[in-house]
Design a protein around this ligand. Sequence first.
Ligand SMILES: [Zn+2]
Length: 291
Amino acid sequence: MVLVPESIRRDVLHVCRRLYERGLVAGTDGNVSVRLGKDRILATPTGMSKGFLEASDLVVCDLQGRQLEGKRRLTTEIKIHLAVYTQREDVCAVVHAHPPHATAFAVARRPLEERLMPEAYIAVGKVALTEYGTPSTEELEASIRPAAKEHDAILLANHGAVTLGRDVIGAYHRMEALEQLARISLLTQMLGGAQRLSPEEIARLESIRGVYGSAPPNLPCYHCGWTPESPPAASERGSESSAGARRKTYTEPEVHWAGNPPVWERHAATDKEAQVRDLARRALREVREGS
Ligand SMILES: [Zn+2]
């Protein structure tokens, strides 16, 4: 049995409900996944509305897309998620939805201009637009792989959108921001077109994005609660280029997240602790509810 911390299941359900309530998916559209370990993914099932999922509906699979646990059937769109996880070690969550405005750009096969607003640029970054691939096929997976290497937000031609994050809440916020950007972009076109941010302004935002765009520094690891109490050893940090020196204060979480040692090794080491924490939390809740 794969240990899935309760907090992760709760966050996945929360994100699913929000996707549905905000109209970013319709019917049984969309899917959400979280990386639990080196070869373990928690994902939403096929054929169910994201607005009505329960914790027991979530399933566990490996990086080949083989279902390992769960009473429901794994989403057939898991290939979208696997295409991302196999390319990006730093990504621990993927959200796939069909947000109407962003999907309109994908259907028109029109690239989304991201240089419109500073906050949107920081949250979403450059948006990729893939070639069309038939859903649930290797063709679609192959179109996503190169895009996922360089982007945290991807438009799938004639299909929808994918956003990546270090955790599922982050990936969801990026989806919301992407949809908002697409909406504003469309409205701007009705007003005769946007005044883009200048290359200098974009360069300034790029330097900020490294810090705020993904996870804020020094937050505990989303999955196992690991916090950088002490800076990592010089050997762990690697050579310090001028870029390294500039970003020095952010190296600690990166060591944890970016695979040195891989994030899942730490999870394996802390699985026991997580189990104890979950038991303690449950006991506390029972005491509170009993009183
Ligand atoms: Zn889809």
